[in-house]
Design a protein around this ligand. Structure first.
Ligand SMILES: NC(=O)c1ccc[n+]([C@@H]2O[C@H](COP(=O)([O-])OP(=O)(O)OC[C@H]3O[C@@H](n4cnc5c(N)ncnc54)[C@H](OP(=O)(O)O)[C@@H]3O)[C@@H](O)[C@H]2O)c1
Length: 467
């Protein structure tokens, strides 16, 4: 247990008693992490004027970090910072634990321990939720506490609560998102400035948009975590992360971006979850995609994120905004904290009950109720259009041979263009009509065996235009 400490709130004295004053409830927040998001969260909580009045019922009671000697952008009273994170999650005085550490461990264990001790949890950690959401939500259900995660997907963009609440009466067909700002910045730069992938990545690293090890972003893993979470909410079932097909953007070349533009497309890393009818298995995938220039996601540039949700009867709705950054992400974190405070107030929780925290009847639109896993279709069952670029011997009859191989597997072609010559080789770009992915790959296996084929440098999926 932590000793006597001075918390800080956005309004009056830094020392607030743990009591209910009239209709005011003082809710004590234990923050795990004071990096980009933690600092933004503290700044927002300390500056409540002109924001929702419930903010004034919150106290930053304790903040856990790795280093006490590091200089911080926020000033906290003595005794609020600690390196003992285990003590925070078991402290009876803490009501809500906010996990903004990042990484899998100790974040996962601390979240589970907080739940065990009856704390409500707010987290921004998509990696932990995508991998360990099942055990976390099972534990939360049995402890009667809330675990909210608005900040975990697309930072400041409200999409988790809308999926749980405002959109929940819709039968969702498709969630299509640009959910990773780093890759969107790289692809935008390659498109607008003609940069190579390596130069655009180096620029993103210099600007702080990409990590020194960029694999989680450029290999699509971060987007896979996020679409697993969104799909779970949109389609009402748990998703096994290993079932999410994932392909990153390392293979996208300047040549593909230029050809895509000539054909009327832009290349985006899309995260897609789709199911036409509730009885079908779900398709959940991340891959670079040719997006028609007129599609609303085509104009989402730079580090911005957007999520297009299509459902019945609503039709289409698009969420757009900053997917990262201290202030934007703190907005999501603090809105989750406020949702919990509002639920506690609605339950007429007293100060004594607050310390025991268990909610008698959790708000059904805040909790995560599904226990079953969604059936996921294997990628070879996907029906999509394809863009493929071939390098071939520059001689007559090659296009005809390609057509025969495609025809042998029922692949119908929308366009075939010989785009130029590279040295001795001809370059041919093909766009197909809708085809089953497995059939398309069977035709490619036959094509690879042709003498005339040198290589197939690019294969990309094409988003359908019908809107
Ligand atoms: N940054 C964004 O824009 C953004 C957007 C959406 C979601 N998120 C998510 O938010 C979470 C936090 O991201 P961030 O960018 O704020 O990270 P960050 O800047 O690296 O901050 C991490 C904080 O956690 C503390 N910490 C980490 N491991 C610790 C440990 N083992 N023990 C004690 N303290 C530890 C660090 O302490 P020290 O300060 O002492 O080193 C630091 O204060 C991540 O899950 C991330 O995916 C971030």
């Amino acid at each position: 247990m932590l000793g006597e400490r001075r918390g800080v709130s956005g309004i009056s004295s830094p020392l607030l008693p743990f009591i209910k004053i009239g209709t005011r409830l003082v809710v004590k927040v234990g923050l795990l992490g004071l990096g980009t998001v933690g600092t933004g969260t503290v700044q927002l909580l300390l500056d409540s004027t002109g924001r929702h009045p419930l903010l004034q019922e919150l106290e930053i009671y304790v903040v856990g970090v790795r280093s006490l000697s590091k200089s911080r952008d926020v000033k906290l009273p003595d005794g609020v910072l600690t390196t003992d994170l285990e003590a925070i999650v078991s402290d009876p005085a803490v009501d809500i634990v906010v996990e903004v550490l990042g990484g899998l461990e100790p974040a996962r264990s601390l979240i589970l321990k907080a739940i065990k001790y009856g704390k409500h949890v707010v987290t921004a950690n998509k990696a932990v939720i995508a991998r360990h959401g099942d055990e976390i939500f099972t534990a939360a259900k049995s402890s009667g506490v809330y675990v909210l995660l608005e900040a975990a997907v697309c930072g400041g963009i409200p999409v988790i609560q809308p999926l749980k609440q405002s959109l929940s009466v819709n039968r969702i067909h498709t969630v299509t998102g640009i959910v990773n700002g780093t890759t969107n910045y790289i692809l935008t730069r390659m498109q607008t400035e003609g940069s190579t992938f390596s130069d655009a990545l180096a620029a993103a690293q210099q600007l702080g948009y990409a990590e020194a090890d960029p694999s989680a972003d450029v290999d699509g893993l971060d987007a896979a975590d996020k679409i697993a979470i969104l799909a779970s909410l949109a389609f009402g079932g748990r998703i096994k992360l290993q079932d999410v097909y994932c392909e990153g953007i390392r293979g996208v070349s300047g040549a593909d971006i230029a050809y895509a533009e000539k054909l009327g497309f832009v290349i985006k890393l899309l995260a897609i979850a789709k199911r036409d009818t509730p009885l079908e298995p779900l398709s959940v995938r991340v891959h670079p995609t040719l997006v028609p220039q007129a599609h609303p996601l085509a104009s989402v540039s730079g580090v911005y994120n957007a999520i297009l949700v299509e459902g019945e009867p609503l039709g289409e709705v698009m969420f757009f905004g900053p997917g990262a950054g201290a202030g934007a992400t703190a907005s999501a974190v603090v809105s989750d904290i406020l949702n919990i405070v509002a639920a506690l107030k609605t339950e007429q929780v007293t100060s004594q009950e607050l310390s025991q925290s268990k909610i008698a009847s959790p708000h059904p639109l805040l909790t995560c109720s599904h226990q079953d896993y969604c059936a996921i279709a294997p990628i070879y069952e996907l029906v999509t259009r394809f863009y493929a670029r071939f390098l071939t011997q520059d001689r007559p009859g090659v296009i005809g041979k390609l057509g025969i191989c495609f025809g042998n597997h029922g692949v119908s072609l929308e366009s075939v263009v010989q785009t130029g010559v590279q040295g001795d080789l001809a370059e041919i770009v093909v766009v197909t009509h809708d085809v089953r992915e497995g059939d398309f790959h069977s035709s490619l296996a036959e094509i690879r065996a042709l003498d005339a084929i040198d290589s197939i440098p690019s294969l990309l999926r094409v988003l359908n235009q019908e809107r």
